[in-house]
Design a protein around this ligand. Structure first.
Ligand code: GGG
Length: 356
């Protein structure tokens, strides 16, 4: 019996709804694969902030550190500025646990309609490896003369040789592991960002020499955005800076059918700290609590977590059950053209996960 201790942070908005269904699916898949889950919930997020003046307690990382993984919903609330909620909860977890890889797959599944003409299921199958602890998200900067007419804001992006090399190397290793197109695309804007992103480009060229079996491509982010729409089928593994990776994965999600289908893992590849798995989508306050949010991104994120923990068979079962629900097309939430509820989709996957 494999026992996994999972910290659960539902966070805000639809995070609460979709994590419920991810937990349902994990509970359903566990017995068949000899897994015991111990889930411990942490009620952190904006409701906690409104009560305590912070998104999570000061010793939050000490509390999370001993867990095997973290299962996260979403962060963001209309009553509190997004830079407070994001910097108070998700970013300290990513940085504090050195989760320097954010792995975000985008797959066009059978049964799902893409807004792009002429792209068929199976043709789009890419993974964005987003640098997750530095770059444009580095917490370096400040204000001077704040709230005056002379107000100045400095926001610095940080690119270290070490930080670039390790995430780029992860992307090459992933391209080898996937064994698909065996191609890594690097995305920067080094014509305009002539320090940090030039360093990134050089690191990419240097690391690529260690992988002569993997073909490479370097794109400026504007061309990459265009090509995610024009020729998404040409991508295999895409490695990008923190901000560019975030933007590209919204495009990747929508060209493969819905934000509600995009999972992610914030990974510390060395396993020194727990990794954190979450849907790419945010808290979607407009539909929170209405029971119509698509839980599949959260369920696929649970599948990624299982794979990360070494429960390969259970992870594959979750993946196959989701694919079956999509292919059958009977129980789908409104973002995919259906009329099913969050609960009904979760129950459909949970039913199938024991038989696929
Ligand atoms: N489940 C992901 C989530 O809540 N994302 C909110 C967000 O704004 N994230 C910013 C980012 O990942 O860069």
């Amino acid at each position: 019996m494999a026992k996994y201790n999972i910290a659960v942070i539902r966070g805000d908005g639809v995070g609460v709804d979709v994590i419920e269904e991810g937990l349902r699916v994990m509970r359903a898949v566990a017995p068949r694969h000899g897994i015991e889950f111990v889930f411990q919930e942490f009620p952190w997020g904006t409701a906690y902030y409104l009560e305590h003046g912070r998104m999570m307690p000061p010793d939050a990382l000490d509390l999370l550190g001993p867990f095997d993984a973290i299962y996260f919903g979403a962060v963001g609330h209309p009553d509190v500025p997004d830079h407070i909620t994001l910097h108070g909860l998700l970013l300290p977890i990513r940085r504090g646990f050195d989760q320097y890889v954010c792995e975000r797959p985008n797959v066009l599944y059978p049964g799902v309609t893409t807004p792009l003409r002429g792209k068929n299921p199976g043709e789009i199958d890419l993974v964005v490896v987003r640098e997750n602890t530095e770059g444009e998200y580095a917490d370096v900067g400040g204000f001077q003369y704040q709230y005056t007419e002379q107000e100045v804001a400095i926001q610095s992006a940080v690119f270290t040789r070490h930080g670039c090399e390790r995430v780029i190397r992860y992307a090459f290793e992933l391209a080898r592991r996937r064994g698909k197109k065996r191609r890594v695309t690097s995305v920067t804007k080094s014509n305009a960002q002539r320090y940090g992103m030039v360093l990134w480009d050089r690191a990419f060229a240097d690391v690529s020499r260690e992988y002569p079996d993997i073909s490479t491509e370097s794109l400026l982010v504007d061309a990459a955005c265009m090509n995610f729409i024009r020729r998404p089928e040409s991508f295999d593994v895409v490695v990008a800076s923190n901000l560019f990776g975030d933007i590209l994965t919204d495009i990747g999600a929508i060209v493969t059918g819905s934000m509600g289908l995009a999972p992610s893992g914030n990974v510390n590849p060395e396993g020194r700290y727990p990794s954190c798995f979450e849907p790419v989508h945010g808290s979607a306050p407009d539909i929170a609590g209405k029971g119509i949010a698509n839980p599949l991104a959260a369920i696929l994120s649970a599948g990624m977590m299982l794979r990360h923990l070494g429960a390969e068979d259970a992870a594959s079962a979750v993946q196959r059950a989701v694919e079956r629900v999509l292919a059958e097309g009977k129980v789908l939430t409104p973002d995919l053209g259906g009329a099913a509820t969050t609960l009904q989709v979760g129950e459909a996957v949970a039913r199938l996960v024991t038989s696929v």
